[in-house]
Write a protein that binds this ligand. Structure first.
Ligand SMILES: Nc1nc2c(c(=O)[nH]1)N[C@H]1C(S)=C(S)[C@@H](COP(=O)(O)OP(=O)(O)OC[C@H]3O[C@@H](n4cnc5c(=O)[nH]c(N)nc54)[C@H](O)[C@@H]3O)O[C@H]1N2
Ligand SMILES: Nc1nc2c(c(=O)[nH]1)N[C@H]1C(S)=C(S)[C@@H](COP(=O)(O)OP(=O)(O)OC[C@H]3O[C@@H](n4cnc5c(=O)[nH]c(N)nc54)[C@H](O)[C@@H]3O)O[C@H]1N2
Ligand code: SF4
Ligand SMILES: [Mo]
Length: 837
């Protein structure tokens, strides 16, 4: 690759540095990489053939990762905002002391629940979430959110109703694949996306269906391009489902065996006026019918919905209709179809119970665990080595220990996994404190956040801790978000760069980059083989920066909330051995449940320092490994992690620490997929009354939101070849499209007299912005598109701050949101195009 050559020409190392294994941090695929580091630079980068999921594949983006690592906006000292709005550098001790004092003051004055956490937005760094959970517990916070609350919460709610956990598709082996508002050619999201798409496109016996108003790179490969009018996917999907039921294309055997409530659903689908809905969505009825028949008669089919529908009108209904399509055709649980999967750290809270552990036995064992806890606690720090055999002497067999661990970890899990949403599948409904918005997957909806702050309501949020996220750039209606941050008593930002959000914070804490610390992601969603990769640092932390686990530990130490005697006891148990530590930890946790909430911090302080190669930050994965072992004993055993008691989890943890290219942690068989359904009889609950009602109302519902004043639909945030959220801040990383052009159809350009490479003003309800244009038949008339991740504040060589391209959320409005999930309509922003100037 030329980038590699470009990089090596400047570095010219005398001795070839070794290739070190890591992963790409630019999208959730996290492809395995090998990197040569020269003089602190990521000099050469290539795909890692040993990586279990990506197998050597990368796209063009990671070759430029040095621009993340050594970007001009990297932070190297804690910053404190001065009264005149400038920032001064302060030392870490001062920063931690002042921040801890101010957090405590907010908690004491208004309550810990007024401290709002927004974290875990990064595409490759999820450890801060696990450790941030400990700080949240220490402060008694209640409210949380992150970027998933502006994309995946509607789908998560539907998943929760249907089967209780997350689905994905086996695209590689499917006969028919369908993408709904998803452009995997650019955005990826499943391993080796481009080779897989190419294979499907060239195989006569396979087919690709793409629902997208644009002729995206993926749509250009499709056999069936359902070119819907923007925002009308609900009608198009309803027409497909109507066809399915009215032409008898469903799979009655699957429906009878695996679902409940299907009669009601099928009755609703029989009522769908297919021709009329085809007209509403602007797609030829025959094409809809043909695509439906192809999907329904395939030996295997999968679907993938993403931002094109999740950030548009009727998004939660669309998620439901998408899922009905593959459920009613029986496309689940076989190669090439949809599946549920294991997690190393489950977003679904407690893992599905192992059916072999009887409830009665469990309670009896919980009592025993409590006795063991007392024995261990009574022994104290010095007597720990005597206490462990004593505990063992109470009749604790390995298997029983594992069951105790199961009970404990079940309780611990929901507290640790908020990155993807702890309460995703919780029965109890929760609502935001001021506006009463539905909290899904533990998250306040993106569009409500400013409303929870900008009010004189007594329960309004008062402080915000922001980690690995750039909400001033990524949340809808930037202007209001800025006002909201300004109205808080305290804002703390943890980031590697001086972002748009950092520029408004009271304190900014500089994190070590993702290549300077132990890191991982919990986006592990493959089946039947699921893999997890812990990445070792490639370089030392930049002076002045700290890994997040250390930042959280310092704040919690300053708050002084964990009993030091307990920490000493656990440290002593570490010296005895893994089983002693396991038993001590879980039994102590039985005695004191608050300890579970602090798992990240407690493990970091006790087990962490004993881990090899300085992998202290990996300590929390010890708990995750045990949990995973308990939830999936068969899957782990087939992956080679077997044995009595805590051994499977321990073996997995050790493998995670050792293997640099990633570890296959579960090996399932297709029949195991049903174990992941969160219903005792393992059936899907297919009738969702609130959404069936919406479906019935579609005939009367509005399907267009443009006006004479705003006649265009602006898609604010298209994934392109050179966009990667706001992870790269240096605009020069883009080989093409440096300014992020507004894409517009040839018809519209001609009508408005816009020249190729001309400039226009985009005006919306919320704001306006000037941009270059690109005239392309990717766009339909009336539809225009701006890329995501542009419009970042960037320091030029001469030190001035410049902004390249349009920040999409200068143009979006928080008022446009899904009625159920509160997710934004970033892909449907009514707009008008005017000549620039
Ligand atoms: N209009 C519009 N808005 C959108 C979208 C859209 O399509 N249109 N897309 C939405 C979607 S899907 C998403 S996922 C969000 C993304 O929005 P966010 O989750 O808010 O942020 P990202 O741009 O992904 O950036 C992550 C932040 O992490 C920082 N970072 C990188 N590495 C580290 C690290 O090691 N430690 C720490 N502490 N920080 C680090 C980066 O500097 C950056 O500030 O944007 C959303 N907003
Ligand atoms: N290159 C690159 N890849 C990325 C990212 C990145 O920043 N850059 N970000 C990552 C993240 S955080 C995410 S969440 C994913 C998102 O990945 P995608 O969802 O694939 O990304 P988008 O380009 O935002 O939208 C997908 C498609 O939706 C279409 N669309 C717009 N309006 C409508 C509509 O009304 N109906 C339908 N059916 N389709 C519509 C668009 O034309 C577009 O082709 O990408 C990930 N991958
Ligand atoms: S950007 Fe995504 S698809 Fe491309 S190499 Fe990185 S992780 Fe893989
Ligand atoms: Mo995203």
């Amino acid at each position: 690759m030329t980038e590699t050559q470009e990089a090596s020409a400047t570095g010219a190392p005398e001795r070839t540095p070794e290739w070190k294994k890591t992963a790409c941090i630019l999208c959730e695929c996290n492809c395995g990489l090998e990197v040569q580091v020269t003089d602190g630079r990521l000099a050469k980068i290539r795909g890692d053939k040993d990586h279990p999921a990506s197998k050597g594949y990368t796209c063009e983006k990671p070759l430029r990762l040095d621009r993340y690592q050594n970007g001009p906006e990297r932070l190297s000292s804690p910053l404190r905002r001065t009264p005149d709005g400038e920032y001064e550098e302060i030392d870490w001790d001062t920063a931690i002391r002042e921040i801890a004092a101010k957090l405590r003051a907010v908690k004491d004055t208004y309550g810990g629940d007024k401290i709002f956490f927004y974290s875990g937005g990064g595409q490759g760094n999820h450890l801060p979430v696990a450790y941030g959970q400990s700080l949240r517990a220490a402060l008694g916070t209640k409210y949380y959110s992150n970027a998933l609350a502006q994309e995946k919460t509607g789908e998560a709610w539907v998943d929760a109703q249907l089967y209780g956990t997350h689905t994905k598709g086996d695209f590689e082996h499917a006969e028919v694949v369908m993408f709904i508002g998803k452009n995997p050619w650019q955005s990826h999201s499943f391993p080796r996306s481009r080779p897989v798409l190419r294979e499907i496109a060239k195989d006569q016996d396979r087919a690709m269906i793409v629902m997208d108003p644009r002729k995206s790179e993926t749509a250009a490969l499709a056999d069936f391009h359902l070119r819907v009018r923007p925002g009308t996917d609900a009608w198009c999907l309803a027409a497909m489902l109507g066809t399915l039921v009215q032409e008898d294309l469903t799979d009655p055997a699957f429906i009878a065996e695996h679902t409940e409530g299907a009669d009601e659903v099928i009755a609703a689908l029989k009522r769908i006026p297919v021709a009329s809905y085809a007209e509403t969505c602007g797609v030829d009825e025959d094409l809809i019918r043909a695509a439906t028949r192809r999907f329904a008669t395939a030996a295997s089919a999968t679907t993938y919905e993403d931002l094109g529908v999740q950030q548009g009108p009727q998004s939660t209904l669309v998620s439901y209709l998408n899922k009905l399509l593959w459920i009613l055709t029986g496309n689940f649980g076989r190669p090439g179809t949809m599946y549920l999967h294991s997690w190393l750290l489950s977003p679904a809270g407690a893992p599905p119970a192992d059916p072999r552990v009887k409830r009665k036995e469990k309670t009896a064992w919980q009592r025993r665990a409590a006795r063991a806890a007392n024995a261990v606690n009574a022994a104290g720090a010095a007597g720990i080595s005597r206490a462990v055999p004593k505990v063992a002497g109470t009749g604790v067999s390995g298997a029983k220990t594992n069951q105790a661990a199961a009970a404990m970890l079940n309780a611990m899990m929901p507290l640790m996994s908020d990155k993807l949403g702890a309460e995703a599948y919780a029965k109890e409904e929760r609502f935001s404190p001021v506006t009463g918005a539905k909290i899904i997957a533990g998250m306040i909806p993106a569009n409500s956040i400013a409303d929870e702050i900008l009010t004189d309501h007594p329960d309004r949020l008062r402080a915000m801790w922001i980690d690995s996220s750039n909400p001033v750039h990524s949340l809808p209606e930037t202007e209001r978000i800025k006002q909201a941050l300004g109205a808080l008593d305290l804002t703390v930002v943890v980031d590697i760069a001086f972002t748009e959000t950092a520029r408004l914070a009271d304190y900014v804490l500089p994190a070590a980059s993702q290549f300077e610390k132990w890191e991982c992601t919990f986006f592990n969603m493959e089946f039947p083989h699921n893999a997890f990769q812990l990445r070792a640092p490639l370089l030392d932390p930049m002076p002045g920066t700290l890994p997040e686990p250390e930042i959280y530990a310092r704040v919690i130490r300053e708050l002084g909330v964990v009993d030091p005697v307990l920490l000493d006891r656990l440290r002593a148990a570490v010296k005895v051995g893994p089983d002693a530590f396991g038993l001590t930890y879980f039994s102590a946790a039985t005695a004191n449940r608050d300890l579970l909430k602090m798992a990240g911090y407690v493990l970091y302080e006790t087990l962490g320092p004993a881990l090899p190669d300085g992998a202290r930050s990996a300590a929390v994965l010890w708990a995750a490994s045990h949990l995973c072992a308990i939830a999936n004993p068969g899957g782990l055993a087939r992956a080679g992690f077997d044995g009595p008691g805590l051994q499977p989890g321990q073996k997995l943890f050790e493998a995670i620490l050792r293997e640099r290219a990633g570890v296959t942690f579960t090996v399932d068989r297709w029949e195991d997929v049903w174990h992941y359904v969160k219903r005792e009889d393992r059936r899907f609950t297919v009738a969702v009354p609130a959404l069936l009602e919406k479906l019935d109302d579609l005939g009367e519902a509005p399907s267009s939101w443009t006006t004479d004043e705003f006649p265009f639909v602006l898609m604010a945030g298209e994934r392109r070849s050179f966009t990667a959220n706001t992870i790269f801040r240096d605009p020069d990383w883009r080989r093409r499209d440096r300014e992020g052009a507004l894409r517009i159809s040839p018809d519209d350009a001609e009508r408005l007299g816009i020249a190729a490479d001309g400039r226009v003003q985009v005006v919306t309800e919320a704001g306006s912005a000037e941009t270059v244009v690109e005239i392309t038949d990717m766009m339909s008339p009336g539809h225009v598109s701006l890329p995501n991740g542009l419009g970042l504040d960037h320091r030029e060589a001469d030190g001035t701050i410049a902004r390249v391209g349009v920040a999409p959320n200068d143009l979006t409005s928080a008022a446009r949101r899904d009625w159920l999930a509160g997710t934004p309509w970033h892909k449907y922003v009514p707009a008008r195009i005017e000549p620039a100037g």
